[in-house]
Structure formats: C-alpha cells, structure tokens
Design a protein around this ligand. Structure first.
Ligand code: ZN
Length: 213
C-alpha cells in the first residue's frame, strides 16, 4: 500500500477503520476527497472535528446532543415518567418524526448480541435503571422485532420488573417487520406500532407470550 506515499496511505487507512468500509472502498473515498475542491475537504474535516468536540451523550437519556440535557429531556412539554427505550439515536429520530410520542427516550446504543460479543454491560442499561424512580409510570421497549431486539427488551423488562414492580412495561406491536430495522420503517407503521403496544408479561417465556396475543 505504499505506492501512494505517506499522506494518501494514511488517509486510506483512516477510511478503512470505518464500519463497512473495506480496502477498496477506503481507496475510493480517499481519492474522492483528494479530488474535492480544497474548501470542501476542509469543511468535511472541520465538521468531523467539531462534531467530535461538541457532541456528547445526554446525561439523562444517553442521546447524542450539543446541550446537556438534550432538547427532549429539557422540554417541559414531555412526560418524564414515560420512557421509550430505543436502540440508537436514529431510531429516536424516527419516532420523533411521527410526533406521536410525548414521553422521553432512553438510547441504548446497541442491542445485546452474544454472537457479536455484545453483553448487557456494553450498552446503556445501567443508565436506564438509574433513571427509574417511584414516579416512573411506563417503560416502552421499542427495540426492533429481531432476535437481538427481543432479547434486549426481555432482559431489560425482567430487570425492571425485579426492581420496580409497579412500573408498566410494554413492547411495541409487531407493526415493525421481523428483521426490519426501525429507521427504514415508515412513520405510519411506527405510530401504529406505538399505539398497539402491549403490556409485557415478564414471568413467561417471550415466545409463549407472543402466541397468546
Ligand atoms: Zn436527553
């Protein structure tokens, strides 16, 4: 990889560290950037540095934000006692677009996935439990209806049921297609999935529970 000289090689290496970018794509991106007008390349570099510098995790919901707490958590119009648990900031944005949800969120930044080595301590579950108190009315588990999404929802529901028996636990309806990721689902489907959410029974096996409904 040294045919290109040090600077180009380094740029290719950096692109290659991004998820889903293999060696060939990394080269393509590097050459693309090198062919950009200088000011566009500078704007790209600057936006990366500035975003990294200023964006942080909301101390309440763990969403990415410029201000802490984030605009949703600091809004007086939101019901702080109804918490919707989502996988990523993208999922939160998808639900916000429906304008149907007046509670607040909790962003996990991942799903439990033993196959990929992601354990409960790798995602923001601790932070969720720390937010719950006697005033919390409902926790809506809005992770996708995939194996990882269901596993994560069940794991969290059991933990909450154990420590906060009074909190209502609900799961979004299966309006979200199996294997589907929330950000690709249209707003109408998300709104329907939210309205049709059902109370989780943490004492039973998830599959059994599913059959009964
Ligand atoms: Zn927040």
């Amino acid at each position: 990889m040294n045919y290109y000289g040090e600077y180009v090689t380094r740029l290719i290496e950096q692109f290659g560290k991004l998820p889903g970018i293999g060696g060939r794509s990394a080269q393509r991106l590097a050459f693309y950037v090198l062919n950009m007008p200088k000011e566009n390349a500078e704007a790209l570099a600057r936006s990366i540095v500035e975003a990294r510098e200023h964006v942080r995790y909301c101390s309440s919901c763990c969403n990415l934000t410029d201000t802490d707490p984030c605009p949703v958590c600091s809004s007086s119009k939101r019901n702080k006692n109804q918490i919707m648990v989502v996988e990523s900031p993208r999922d939160m944005a998808a639900y916000e677009k429906t304008k149907d949800f007046k509670g607040v969120y909790h962003v996990l930044h991942g799903l439990i996935s033993p196959m990929d080595g992601v354990t409960p301590s790798d995602i923001r579950i601790k932070e969720l439990l720390a937010r719950l108190n006697d005033n919390t009315e409902e926790v809506i588990l809005a992770t996708a209806s995939t194996i990882e999404g269901d596993t994560t929802a069940m794991y969290i529901a059991r933990l909450i049921a154990l420590n906060h028996g009074k909190i209502k636990l609900s799961r979004i309806a299966k309006g979200v297609p199996v294997g589907g990721e929330l950000e690709y689902v249209d707003q109408m489907t998300l709104a329907t999935a939210l309205k049709g959410r059902f109370e989780m029974n943490t004492g039973k096996d998830w599959e059994d529970d599913d059959e009964d409904n």
